[in-house]
Design a protein around this ligand. Structure first.
Ligand code: DCP
Ligand code: MG
Ligand code: MN
Length: 344
């Protein structure tokens, strides 16, 4: 899981390093001086990542090779405010437009900057001539740009979830389907629909192939319209598919959906992971680490050996007897909290 790797591998200065990388992405690269600035942000980010202790003071910062006075001041501002002016207030037309392009589904900071640098100034402009800006692969994102910017009203998620459950139970009444993410946290609107699917294998049958059958069912009923990522192996118990879906009625908007298989014994950890939110996940994982455990979306492991820098030396062994989310909270001595309360 990339997110966990990032925080555990990159050490205690990761949040600042992450912001510096965003600044690097925003930096225009027209002149050599611009390119130099972009490199300094990236260097500073890497420097901080290789630092095993948290750096918070000006004098500590300037002692690091490659971080000068100006960069140190920027870092202090990030530490104080959690961000940097340039990331919150738009200063240039380029930054505004890059930010706008990031709203196109499938476009990140780097691609957005690239679109701008190739001369794109509006979504309409890219729509008219995608080839000119190297945007051929953004076809779906451009087509449903307006829909996909919107968050989904909770009732609509409930309705789509209902269709998925109906189809799943027709395939096999013992399949279990849950709607995770912000929906499980009780949010009034959701960015996407996160479904997980599993089956208790104690009668000898698993959910093998169920992700594909459910997906095909949603396609057959004309709800799923676009597959954006498909699994390498549809039959694997952790098959993941990602696409666009809409309710089968006129005027329905296109929404993003993830459907993911979870091996039954991984359900407790997966429930925690996919309920989130991501800040909550980060903090509960940190707590696990402090107690000598390791928690990820697959499970809770004990006896994890780490070196002085916190780099993992052994994978650890699964903690036995974990049947529910609550068991993980209990082992980690974190008071159980309902999904609605799972904020940082
Ligand atoms: N998740 C995480 N770290 C990430 C991405 C996801 O821990 N980098 C976990 C926590 C999220 C869950 O997966 O709650 C679902 O991911 P989403 O991106 O769908 O986020 P949410 O459902 O929480 O919010 P949204 O309403 O924007 O979809
Ligand atoms: Mg979500
Ligand atoms: Mn999601």
């Amino acid at each position: 899981n990339p997110e966990e790797n990032r925080t555990t591998r990159n050490g205690p200065n990761e949040p600042v390093a992450f912001q510096l990388e965003k600044l690097a992405d925003l930096q225009s690269t027209t002149t050599e001086k611009d390119q130099f600035r972009q490199r300094s942000y990236k260097q500073a980010a890497n420097k901080l990542r290789s630092c095993p202790t948290k750096v918070t003071r000006f004098d500590q910062l300037v002692k690091l090779r490659g971080i000068g006075d100006k960069m140190a001041n920027k870092i202090i501002e990030i530490l104080r405010t959690g961000t940097h002016r340039r990331l919150t207030t738009f200063q240039t037309e380029r930054e505004k437009t890059v930010k706008l392009f990031c709203g196109i589904y499938g476009v990140g900071q780097a691609k957005a900057a690239d679109l701008y640098d190739k001369g794109a100034r509006s979504v309409e402009m890219i729509r008219r001539d995608p080839a000119r800006f190297g945007a051929e692969l953004l076809h779906v994102g451009l087509k449903y740009y307006e829909d996909l910017l919107e968050r989904i009203p909770r009732d609509e998620v409930t309705e789509l979830y209902g269709h998925a459950k109906r189809i799943a139970y027709k395939i096999d009444p013992k399949l279990q389907v849950w709607c995770m993410g912000s929906y499980r946290r009780g949010a009034e609107t959701c960015g996407d629909i996160d479904l997980i699917i599993t089956r208790d294998p104690s009668d000898g049958k698993t959910h093998e192939g169920a992700v594909q059958k459910l997906w095909k069912g949603l396609v057959a009923e004309k709800m799923v319209r676009h597959e954006l990522t498909v699994p390498e192996d549809w039959r694997s118990l952790d098959a993941l598919v990602h696409g666009l879906i809409r309710l089968p009625k006129p005027g329905a908007k296109m929404r993003r959906i993830d459907v993911l298989g979870v091996p039954f014994d991984e359900i407790p950890a997966a429930m925690i992971y996919f309920t989130g939110n991501d800040y909550f996940n980060r903090s509960i994982r940190l707590k696990a680490r402090r107690h000598g455990y390791r928690l990820n979306q697959r499970g809770l492991y004990k006896d994890v050996a780490r070196d002085r820098k916190g780099i993992k030396l052994t994978e650890g062994v699964p903690v036995p007897g974990i049947k529910h989310e609550r068991d993980i909270f209990r082992v980690l001595k974190v008071p159980y909290c309902e999904p609605e309360q799972r904020l940082p």
